[in-house]
Design a protein around this ligand. Sequence first.
Ligand SMILES: [Zn+2]
Ligand SMILES: [Zn+2]
Length: 196
Amino acid sequence: MKKIIFISAIAAVVIVIVIAVTSAMILLQKSSPEKIHLHSDFKVYLNGQAYNFTSEKYMSMEGHHLSERTHLHDMNGDIIHIHAAGVSLGEFFNSSDIKFNSTCFVLNNGTSYCNSDNSKIKLYVNGIENIQMEKYNLKDLDRILITYGNESSEQIKSQIDGVTDVSCIYSLKCPERGSPPDESSCVGGNGTMCVG
Ligand SMILES: [Zn+2]
Ligand SMILES: [Zn+2]
């Protein structure tokens, strides 16, 4: 009988310890800041022409800070960096004063590409048409194509193929393909919140 009480007491102590450690771990996870650092490849075709985002005005850098949550770096106009949860395509483009929705793509110089009888704006995510448009939340390693025009399905297929797939290098998911450029201008580098 005594033995049973002793074993039960030990079991109770073990259960209490397990519960305490688990709650402490959950609390710790909640109190530490979210460390999100994702990357997506993207391309925008306007009437069959790939738009060039490799330009200083689109880069977040020292002395020219765009959004902390999402931006382009390293003079690479193909890779969107995402440093927060729930960043949509619309938020990314807004951070560069570009408007994108289901009816128009409007560049920051005011040039607009809006739906008409024969030209339409479309979004493809990983090769599949997506009607969420500006509301689409970017995910790690997404390959995003936004295309405006009246291209045939073959032409759109070749645009889809033209979207790069180097975000896995930036997200350190394919080390065999190399390592990303230093993101120290992005305070703390890979895996940390970026203020740049
Ligand atoms: Zn990055
Ligand atoms: Zn960054």
